[in-house]
Write a protein that binds this ligand. Structure first.
Ligand code: ASP
Ligand code: MG
Length: 425
């Protein structure tokens, strides 16, 4: 008898380790994989809601600040679940031990609350595996060169899992969550959304970046770079989940895989910008200097020989941009600046979207038929995005989902999934 033994990284999100009973259930999933002689590394998030609670403690003492102590506080939820998971595995007869970031170690830069992994030393984890010990790694945390604790950004334990899978050259990186996989749209907004079986990495990157919250966007980028075999699975129901592959060939005809929405952006419009060389360089240079990321940009010329420059930024950067706009206005002499938070960006994502003219015209026609005004448009190889008024989001998404033939005919999406999505922050 030949048994194919594989190396797995199994990651459990907050709702999958929300209490001791859920941790026991997750440990049963780990047991099933480990019993088959596979090598298993477990990565855990904090119990659902815990990190929010910790953030509010730290915020209460130092509002709006980011210091190393902030990360010391907010990383601590994962320490609890790592220890509990190791205990649950021991209870099931496995040798297991917990690892905090400094014990692996998982090194990051010193960008506190947004740390980037610079290096993972695989030695300690490999030693465990060779001794048949299941390591349980606390997700979300890292350690700087100076030995300070960092965190990897909200949702960062996905990135921990993918980075460990890359460092250990794991055969599979399975992300267990409370939904059945990645959906064609958020089922809370589009009731007929359905689970996607296979997605390409570029599509998943766009879906994650555009607001699908199943995976941290950064984890997907890392998975693509390191060719990690990534799957999204439910720890609540035993279904096949979503597999993310390197490349997905577009079928004939429509090749749209999903529709994402992003409510986190605000639109800034600068009126009466002089039509001169260097204006865009001044505006966006100033934004870059303040580390304010810009997404869509549109410049349009007006009758009076001036132009309007419109762009979108994250809502969380709006407060910081206000004084900058005042300074820029004085410096550049544009006539006004308007901020609009009541927008949503809707992105249609799929292989070969740009080269498929039918998709663009279908999107625009569908929105027009529903009397929805488009404020901004942008395209990429695999994405077509429009900005519209946020009070038209549901109407637009349901109409597009239907027009692009994504509607679920058997309404497979379980009420469980909708319920857990509804609870998600
Ligand atoms: N516990 C962290 C958070 O809530 C990291 C994670 O769950 O992935 O953001
Ligand atoms: Mg998560």
């Amino acid at each position: 008898l030949i048994v194919f033994v594989a190396r797995y990284v199994l990651k459990f999100g907050g709702t999958s380790v929300a209490n001791v009973a859920r941790i026991e259930h997750a440990a049963d999933i780990v047991s099933r994989v480990a019993h088959l002689k596979n090598e298993v590394v477990v990565v855990v998030s904090a119990m659902a809601g815990m990190t929010n609670q910790l953030v509010s403690y730290a915020e209460g003492l130092s509002p709006g600040q980011i210091t190393p102590e902030h990360d010391t506080v907010i990383s601590s939820g994962e320490q609890i679940t790592a220890g509990l998971m190791a205990l649950a595995l021991q209870k099931r007869g496995f040798a297991s031990r917990s690892f905090l970031s400094f014990q692996v170690p998982i090194e990051t830069n010193d960008d506190f609350t947004q740390g980037r992994i610079t290096h993972i030393c695989p030695a300690a984890l490999n030693t465990c595996l060779s001794q048949k010990i299941i390591p349980v790694v606390a997700g979300f945390q890292g350690i700087t060169k100076d030995g300070r604790i960092t965190t990897l950004g909200r949702g960062g334990s996905d990135t921990t899992a993918v980075a460990i899978a890359a460092a250990l050259k794991a055969d599979f990186c399975d992300i267990y969550t409370d939904v059945e996989g990645v959906y064609t749209a958020d089922p809370r907004i589009v009731p007929l959304a359905r689970k996607i079986d296979i997605l390409s990495y570029p599509e998943m990157i766009e879906l994650a970046a555009q607001g699908a919250k199943v995976l941290q966007a950064r984890s997907v980028e890392m998975g693509m770079r390191h060719n990690v075999n990534l799957r999204v699975l439910s720890s609540f129901v035993n279904v096949s989940g979503t597999t993310i592959v390197y490349e997905r060939k577009a079928m004939e005809g429509l090749s749209v895989s999903g529709i994402a929405h992003n409510l986190n952006e605000a639109k800034i419009t600068l009126d009466g910008v002089k039509d001169e060389v260097g204006m865009a360089a001044q505006i966006f240079g100033a934004l870059a200097k303040e580390r304010i990321p810009v997404d869509m940009i549109l410049q349009s010329f007006t009758q009076d020989g001036r132009s309007n420059v419109t762009f979108t930024i994250n809502k969380s950067d709006v407060e910081r941009i206000v004084p900058m706009l005042d300074a820029l206005k004085a410096q550049m002499g544009f006539t006004g600046a308007a901020i609009n938070r009541d927008i949503v960006k809707i992105s249609v994502i799929g292989v070969g979207i740009r080269s498929n003219l039918d998709i663009a015209s279908l999107v625009f026609k569908t929105l027009a038929d529903h009397n929805i005004n488009i404020q901004l448009i942008s395209t990429s190889e695999i994405k077509l995005s429009v900005v519209i008024a946020n009070d038209q989001m549901t109407k637009a998404m349901c109409a597009l989902h239907n027009a692009l033939l994504l509607d679920d005919k058997n309404e497979e999406t379980t009420s469980d999934t909708k319920e857990s999505l509804a609870k998600r922050v």
